[in-house]
Design a protein around this ligand. Sequence first.
Ligand code: HEM
Length: 598
Amino acid sequence: MELFGVTALLLIVCAVFILATIVRTRRQETARLPPGPTPLPILGNLLQFSGKEVFKTFIKFAEKYGSVYTVYMGMERIVVLCGYDTVKSALIEHGEIFGARGHMPLLDKLSSGGHGIAGSNGERWKQLRRFSLTTLRNFGMGKRSIEERIQEEAHFLTEEFRKTNGQPVEPFFYLSRAVSNVICSVVFGHRFEYDDQRFLQMLHYLNEIPKCAASVWGQWYNVYPKVMEKIPGPHHRFFQAIERIEEFIREKIKMHQETLDPNFTRDFIDVFLLKMEQEKDTTSTEFHMDALVHTTIDLFAAGTETVSTTLQYGLLILLKHPEVEERIHQEINQVIGRNRSPCVEDRARMPYTDAVIHEIQRFIDLLPLGIPHKVTQDIEFNGYVIPKDTTIYPLLNSVLQDPKQYMRPHEFNPGHFLDDKGKFCRNDAFMPFSAGKRICVGEGLARMELFLFISTILQNFTLKSVVALEDIDLTPSLSGVIKLRCCGGCTHSERMWGNAIPFPFQQHYSLFQSRFELKPGQIGSILMPLKTYGRLQEPPPNNLLHITSGMPPLNLCITLQSLYSIHPPLSNGFLLFSHASVSPSPPPATEFSQLTVI
Ligand code: HEM
């Protein structure tokens, strides 16, 4: 009995000693880490986050713990960097150490465990990034420059707008095709017709990626990937989308292999295939089939959704600020006129337009959290020690809306990029593309596209809102890793994605009533997929339901209700309230056509 008592006592002493050692080691470790909110076991600080606008919680923490702090997303330790000075110091001054890609399960899934540029590190990342930048640059200077490809596409886009003949249109529907065609032309060597079924399928799948990243489901997946893999939910659409995109890219590569001519490289894939051939005997080569597939996916995906969402959001902002749009029209009139297409050189002579585009990007703050980095070694930073391999969030939102850098950070104000003489003025805290070693590969291309598309659209059309300006809501409908802002019914669709719980029909009903009025003789179009999501393997580009005027509102609602009850929304394609109508007549010599937006 006595022996038992002594053994028990010894065990207790040992347990207390071990526990004390663990607590001491953890204290020592955490004492040197940046401060932060106290985490719970397993959950970390998750309960303190607002599901919808994660970045706002990050900003709140910064107010309490300072510009460098530690949070735990589940069990993963993350050091968050806030404000221009801190982010610049890390990504630029200590760029070598802060320049690695951090852990992000959605990205790992997209890059199939670290192939491609965005998800890789080390020698693989260096080689693939350098190769992609050089190849993109060479295409820029080649026979048919990237600028010409964008001009051509902007022309197709305005022609498409014109074809709608006064009917309302949803700009995103068109913008994503046009933008994607630019990167397709560089990567695959050709553009697609706007009604090409395969192309539309791919756009549908591409659209699932940001939607997942912006949704609560995507955020949970980023924290508990293994658990979420097993739980059903809309995030599985993302996995399916990646598989389909990968199949498509592999098909394209196969076609390229069959027709490859070493003396005439048509596009990015051709140049990569030749590089693979050159290095086929080098055992350490990074140029193999998986790298080609995933680098192509990176360019195709990153090159489509980012720019088209920026354009879509940008048009909405211009709608809300007609005085800004008017000044762009004046600048277009003075510098470009009506008889030629806008070109990149015009940008230097159009400071106001340039400032507006910068301000659009700053204001919409597309990737508020940035994309995670990690540190490649222990580093003493701002008085703290960040251990090797810690995931880093460079909070781009805190840079783009840093009150020390921008006069009125939460307002849309092109003056942020203009001096008192109206000249364009740079601001180093303009970091929508991030900064340092990992800065966006497509920055140059994206900036060219934003300028050429916006100036071409406004050279041909004026935007007109059919709702009161104060009813135009610029709040993003979803905001996780990426902010999404869609319009009209799309907002609903995005919210559905976020919550995955169907909204009661009544809400749709009131939305229709408030936003969609059919007048006699007028045709309104509602873009609506007719297949169920469950059965839907392909996007439904042509399954558009056109509801003509004269249909009694009741009928309209019954039709929608019955469709809605069987068909949960699936993408931008669902119930997209038309957003703009385009004047059918060619532009008069001195005036612009009208793009009426609801
Ligand atoms: C408005 C448009 C765009 C925005 C706001 C944007 C923003 C960003 C941001 C914030 C990053 C993360 C940088 C970091 O890790 O710190 C990034 C990375 C990247 N972007 Fe973009 N991007 C845009 C357009 C494009 C385009 C058009 C392409 C394709 C040509 C592209 C390709 C990439 C790639 C490949 C990466 C990964 C770079 C790396 O990990 O080294 N992006 N982008």
